[in-house]
Ligand binder design. Sequence first.
Ligand SMILES: C[S@@+](CC[C@H](N)C(=O)[O-])C[C@H]1O[C@@H](n2cnc3c(N)ncnc32)[C@H](O)[C@@H]1O
Length: 203
Amino acid sequence: MNSFDERAAQWDENPERLIRAQDAARSIRNHVPLDSTWTAMEYGCGTGLVGFLLQPFLGHLVMADSSSGMLAVLQEKIDRAGVTNMTCLKLDLATDPAPSQLFQLIFTSMTLHHVADTLGLLKRFYDLLADGGYLAVVDLDAEDGWFHGEDFTGHKGFDRAVLKDRVHQAGFVNAIYHDLAPLTKNTLVGMRTFPLFLLVAHK
Ligand SMILES: C[S@@+](CC[C@H](N)C(=O)[O-])C[C@H]1O[C@@H](n2cnc3c(N)ncnc32)[C@H](O)[C@@H]1O
């Protein structure tokens, strides 16, 4: 059981996460021309806080995550809501074979900083997108490490210029940043504010 499995049942109880998901979904809707004919994938979907808000504007949505616990909570929410265009998929693109279908949109929120090989993941996203498809990444700007605390081994947010280069290196074009509302969080060193971005790029 990983730490996300353990936290899955309580994930939606944090109102901050709901606000962040609403802001992420609103910004993706504002900057990507979502279409009801599209099949999209949310990578690192967790309990589906962002995906549920975008699902009404898409044809089908594959909800991918490496945590069985998160996906179990999400499947229960999908069943309870009677939503028919969302499918759960246990997937870690660092180790698992990629799905065989192509997507018109891949979006990911607050997940990239947990992935060691970001360039490798971006290249796999590129291969999974249909020509002209969109990539949308919501994540933290570079921070001093207090977002997760001392033992965290992932990325301390992202320098925008470095990530943009990496996105272009993976094959994408026209990567553009949009500011999201910053996130205020109680950390080990008190209340801190963390800037967030949405990056949108095209295949
Ligand atoms: C901070 S949570 C964000 C969840 C959701 N996107 C949200 O905004 O509420 C990060 C999610 O990424 C998933 N995750 C972490 N590493 C992953 C990987 N290598 N492949 C797929 N999912 C991963 C975790 O299981 C977790 O659900």
